[in-house]
Ligand binder design. Structure first.
Ligand code: IPD
Ligand code: CA
Ligand code: CA
Length: 262
C-alpha cells in the first residue's frame, strides 16, 4: 500500500496548502439548506486531489463529496475523498478544518490520511501497520471511566428528530458524569483526535463515508473501536458513527445508542 499512502499524503498536503491560501477569500454558496455550504476552495481542493489520483491510478474509482462519483463500496479499488471537512468553519474563518482521503480495496479500508493544515498535522494509517501523527506512532487514550472522558460530537444538517436525539444523548452523557463534550465542526479531525488521544470518544448520527472512512482506520490502527449507532461494525456505507478508545466503548454506546429507524 506504499504507493497509495504516498499519493494520499501528497494529495492532502497539496489540497491543504490551497485551502490555506484561500482561507478568507473563497466564494461561498449554498448546497441546499442555508447551513450546508460549498466554497470555491472545496472545488479547487477536490480537483487537486482527483487529478493526482486519476493520473496515478486511472482505473481506480472515486467516491467524492463535491464532484461526480465514479464508484462505491463494492468496487475493487475505491478512493473516498473529502476535500474540505468543516466547510462551515472555513467559510466563517474558523481555523479548524481538514482534508481527508481513504483508499479501500474490495470494501476494506487499507489507507487513511487526514491533514489539518492550520496545525500542520498529518494523521495516517495503513491497515495492519499502525497509526501515526506527523510520522510518530499514536495511540488512543487509556481511560476506562466516563468521568475521565472528553467526547466529541457533531450535528448533521437535520434540525428535527436527529438533532433532538443528539441533544438528548449529550444530556445523557452529562448525567452519567462525563468530563466534557466538544463540537469542533470537523468530523474527520474529531476521529483523528480520538486516534491520537485528545478525545476519548466521538459520536454523530449521520455522516457520509468521506467524513469517517480515513478516521475509522486511524482509530482502529491506534487501538480504538468503531461501530455504528446500533452496534454493528463501522463500514463504508454505515453512515452513523460511535467510536472510542475501545475501553469505554460499551459505556459510551449504552448512553448514545439509537436504534429508531435504523
Ligand atoms: C461536516 C463536518 C461536521 C459534521 C457534518 C459534516 P462538511 O462535513 O464533518 O463536523 O457535523 O455532519 O457534514 O460538510 O463540512 O464536509
Ligand atoms: Ca466537505
Ligand atoms: Ca465532511
Amino acid at each position: 500500500m506504499e504507493e497509495q499512502l504516498h499519493i494520499a499524503c501528497t494529495a492532502i498536503r497539496q489540497a491543504g496548502q490551497r485551502l490555506m491560501e484561500m482561507l478568507g477569500k473563497a466564494e461561498i454558496s449554498q448546497k441546499g439548506a442555508t447551513h450546508n455550504l460549498v466554497t470555491q476552495a472545496d472545488l479547487e481542493a477536490e480537483k487537486i486531489i482527483t487529478d493526482l489520483i486519476r493520473s496515478e491510478f486511472p482505473n481506480h474509482k472515486l467516491l467524492l463529496e463535491e464532484g461526480q462519483s465514479t464508484g462505491g463500496s463494492t468496487d475493487e479499488h475505491l478512493w473516498i475523498v473529502d476535500p474540505l471537512d468543516a466547510t462551515n468553519n472555513f467559510a466563517h474563518g474558523i481555523p479548524h478544518f481538514c482534508v481527508s482521503i481513504a483508499y479501500a480495496l474490495n470494501g476494506e479500508i487499507q489507507v487513511g490520511a487526514v491533514f489539518d493544515p492550520t496545525r500542520n498535522e498529518l494523521f495516517h494509517a495503513t491497515k495492519g501497520s499502525g497509526a501515526f501523527l506527523n510520522d510518530q506512532p499514536m495511540r488512543v487514550t487509556s481511560s476506562t471511566k466516563l468521568e475521565e472522558c472528553i467526547v466529541g460530537t457533531g450535528f448533521y444538517y437535520d434540525r428535527g428528530a436527529m438533532m433532538k436525539k443528539t441533544l438528548d444523548s449529550i444530556h445523557e452523557l452529562f448525567s452519567r458524569n462525563i468530563r466534557g463534550i466538544r463540537r469542533m465542526g470537523s468530523a474527520a479531525i474529531d476521529l483523528s483526535w480520538v486516534a491520537c488521544g485528545r478525545f476519548d470518544a466521538f459520536f454523530e448520527y449521520k455522516l457520509e463515508p468521506w467524513d469517517y472512512a480515513a478516521g475509522k482506520l486511524l482509530i482502529e490502527e491506534a487501538g480504538g473501536r468503531c461501530t455504528d449507532r446500533v452496534g454493528n461494525p463501522l463500514e463504508i456505507d454505515s453512515r452513523s458513527v460511535i467510536v472510542s478508545n475501545s475501553h469505554v466503548h460499551d459505556l459510551i454506546f449504552d448512553a448514545v445508542k439509537w436504534s429508531e429507524g435504523a
